[in-house]
Design a protein around this ligand. Structure first.
Ligand SMILES: [Zn+2]
Length: 96
């Protein structure tokens, strides 16, 4: 679970910390620059480009970030639902 995404959940529009290497944070950072900062268009473009370049340097997929940043809802990593133990045995086939 990403702490930044978790902490940003109540109010993502004003939460300004983004975890490095987190896809959702990278997308939310672009959204934050575009929606919350409201800078001049050329400045916004430059800051988004820089944020994207940073995320890509960390191995995050550019296209995916762009796609997520375009969505109307703020991008937050969802908590894992009922985390399953990793060592769950595979379902066994029963004989008749
Ligand atoms: Zn995150």
């Amino acid at each position: 679970m990403c702490h930044c995404c978790n902490d940003a959940r109540p109010d993502p529009a004003s939460y300004r910390f983004f975890s490095e290497g987190c896809l959702h944070c990278a997308a939310r950072r672009i959204q934050f620059i575009q929606r919350t900062l409201r800078l001049a268009p050329s400045v916004t473009r430059d800051r988004c480009r820089a944020a994207l370049a940073q995320a890509m340097a960390l191995g995050l997929p550019e296209q995916e970030i762009r796609r997520m940043a375009k969505k109307s809802e703020w991008q937050l990593q969802q908590p894992a639902q009922d985390a399953q133990p990793a060592s769950l045995p595979a379902p066994r086939k029963r004989g008749r």
